[in-house]
Design a protein around this ligand. Sequence first.
Ligand code: ZN
Length: 524
Amino acid sequence: MSGSTALLSRLQDGFARHFCIPTLFAKNAKRMGHGGDGHGHCAISIAVAAAALLIFPAASAQPALAQPALAQPAPGDFRLLFTGDVMMSRLVKAEIDQRKTGPWTIFSDLFHSASLVGGNFEGALGDPAKCPAKSKLCFAAPDAATELMRQAGFKLVTAENNHSGDLGQAGRTETRAVFQQSGLLALDFDGSPQFFRFGELTVGFVAVTTIKAADGRIQQIPSVELAQKLRLARQLANLVVVSIHWGNELQDWPTEAQQQQARWLVEHGADLIVGHHPHVVQAPACVEGRPVFFSLGNHLFDQKYAETKDGLIADCSVHAGRLLCGALSTHTDEATAFPKLAGKNAAADHALAACSPQLGPGAEIGGVSIRPEPWSADQPVNGIILDGFEIDDHGVGKRVWQSRRQALVSLQLVTTMAAEPLLLSLERHNSSIDDEVGLRPYVYAVGPHGLIARWRGSALAWPLIDAVESNDGVLCALHRGDSFLLPDPATKTTRIAAYRWNGFGFTGVKTPPECESVLRQSIR
Ligand SMILES: [Zn+2]
């Protein structure tokens, strides 16, 4: 037995005692008409996994595969890990049932040492019997997959890819709900951005797919909706992570489109891009000063081609206010779908060594630091609650207020529009003006006791698509081409208008050329 094989088997022995996974999977398999004997139940497994999460807080002792480039962890440091495609049906499911163990026993130490582990969940939770009859590739996974992922140490999965719609809308809803019940965020585009807080720092996550799902769902780059989500995340978070499903299957270099999309995402607020879908690794690169993992390849999958058996885990740490990423290699042997760790990926580490962006400032206004309430399994994902923390001589102090849950679509701290700094938010509400759920602009001042509405949602001249402050204090607005008198929400025409803040509301002004460039860049 070689040294590494001995280590592997020792790790497996060690974790086999703690992770008693098969019962849930086998139960589910039975329900679905597959095998599974239900043995191996272990009541302490959940408690042990939960305790492990508590024992290894952010930036705790680094495991064997830590980044050597980083100095000793300091307060405020944290580490994020992202895997590529995780598919838990077909032969993966069969192997879990047969081996009566989860796929991640040898990853547990690593995963539980990180502040957050995310991965792309390729598929939908639900009964395979509900797959559409003509669908050849329907990745329906048992609900128990969530428990395996939770025990492994995952905290976030992205559920926005070409297989998220394999079981239709019902499957999407079940996937989100069952992951949430297990204490994991299943992030899709509509639910983006979601936020996590590590010490004083906030990380925003956005999930996107440019590969059409079975139910037809896809997002466009560029698009106003994505620009707004990135703007909102950028304003409220210190670090913005975009998980994106893109590129061509089995192509191990990024397409021209991926490279353009990466630049657009960075220009609109992304600090870190984790890509997947090609099922093979595409080398990470530094794009406009930000780490971009074009494709992490497969993490847990049953494909047979040799190239699909190698994957990367993006390994990103924040230290002293900067992000630094490298990668760990994984390899899946021929007779199995379970991956194993294959050490640090020197090429990826080298490519990203000089790609160390500084974290963003978040939103500080009027002596208050405004932060979004982080995601939590017992809170709805719709809407955002803002917390105001006072800033004193020692930095950020105690929380002094909390907003109601708001349907924020965009948020911008505007500094040149008025004498005092203000928050410009776009929120989606019904209004008697047009009797539709439309986008409404709000302007808030920030006080010691909460947000003070200076202007609430009254319409500008036409139905609104987007609005941003330009550099010289003008509000640039992208409107639909219809009007409040003759509403036609389906119209494809648009118009751009400009407004100035008069202290009580907005007055229309001549549209400066910069509005065109500020707004058109997010439109196809
Ligand atoms: Zn895919």
